[in-house]
Design a protein around this ligand. Structure first.
Ligand SMILES: [Zn+2]
Length: 314
């Protein structure tokens, strides 16, 4: 299916709902830039649900449809082999359902659904496709995000760190585009056709404190997993942030149920008997209800205190 056909079928997803166009009434506004459907829920779902429930405007931009995702449910495996990327179409619906669970009404795909394709894991042939996000022209992709930024006018922008958290090309590219748009959005000389300049106040990277990750590893080990997260020792974990660089902890444990329901909405991507749900019981209260961030731009809290609100100091 080509992009225009997708947009004809899914007009409600290709643009913000009509009542969101123009000026958004909410005083507090945040924008999250993610690579694939489900990343938003795994990494930031509880935060999104909490702030949406608190009356903040929560906007999600997803950069690809996740066409290269591994399908974890046997009865949907046929989607993977489909030459028209049926999996991507399917994941549009999964994302919409997940956003309902989180109470988030403003979700969009960068440049419209299907504008850039999932690049697959680093080193896969999908990385070389001209239509994949990894090959996206940075100026063009930045322009698309600047448009959204100037419309939503978020004080808070959230994305991945330089290595995309764990090295997926689309996560790295999402980081580049988000940082580049954060800079460009306030500059009247750049993308003049994309709306009135807007300066977001704070830029955050999602963070995963190593201490928490090690506890999660330990729990999974005790539950009988040979090599949780793919490693046999917690010291070999290939991702995670040193605790001392984590600046912000959002306690959204009251929204753990929303996050879990949203995770289940991403049906092709999640095994209900897999590690996510194993962890979402005891330690999961902390592992998934407390979400962590690293403040990159904006005024840090005094004396290196741990921030507990993304809008703190604004
Ligand atoms: Zn992803």
């Amino acid at each position: 299916m080509d992009r225009r056909a997708v947009e004809r079928e899914l007009p409600q997803l290709s643009h913000a709902p009509a009542n969101l166009r123009g000026v958004i009434a909410a005083e507090r506004r945040m924008l999250l830039v993610h690579a694939h459907p489900d990343d938003e829920t795994i990494g930031t779902g509880a935060t999104m649900a909490k702030y949406a429930a608190d009356g903040a405007h929560v906007a999600l931009v997803t950069c690809t449809l996740g066409e290269e995702g591994e399908i974890l449910v046997p009865d949907l495996e046929h989607l993977a082999a489909d030459k028209d990327d049926a999996l991507g179409q399917h994941r549009i619906d999964e994302l919409a359902q997940a956003m309902k669970e989180l109470g988030v009404t403003d979700h969009r795909f960068l440049g419209g659904p299907g504008r850039w394709r999932d690049s697959g894991m680093m080193g896969e042939p999908a990385n070389d496709r001209a239509d994949c996000f990894w090959q996206a022209d940075l100026e063009t992709a930045t322009g698309e995000l600047v448009k959204v930024m100037r419309e939503v006018r978020p004080q808070i922008v959230i994305t991945y760190n330089e290595v995309g958290g764990y090295g997926h090309p689309d996560h790295i590219q999402a980081h580049r585009v988000a940082v580049s748009a954060f800079e460009a959005s306030a500059d009247p000389g750049r993308y003049p056709e994309a709306g009135e300049p807007w300066q977001p106040s704070k830029l955050y990277y999602m963070a995963l404190p190593v201490s928490l990750l090690k506890q999660g590893w330990q729990t999974l080990k005790e539950l009988g997993e040979e090599a949780p997260f793919g490693v046999t020792s917690p010291d070999d974990l290939p991702f995670g942030d040193p605790d001392e660089i984590v600046t912000t902890r959002i306690d959204a444990r009251d929204y753990l149920e929303n996050k879990t329901a949203a995770m289940k909405a991403h049906r092709t991507q999640i095994q209900v008997d897999g590690p996510f749900f194993a962890l979402s019981n005891d330690i999961g209260q902390r592992a998934f209800g407390l979400e962590h961030y690293r403040l990159i731009r904006g005024t840090p809290p005094p004396d290196g205190e741990m921030e507990e609100d993304l809008f703190a100091g604004l």
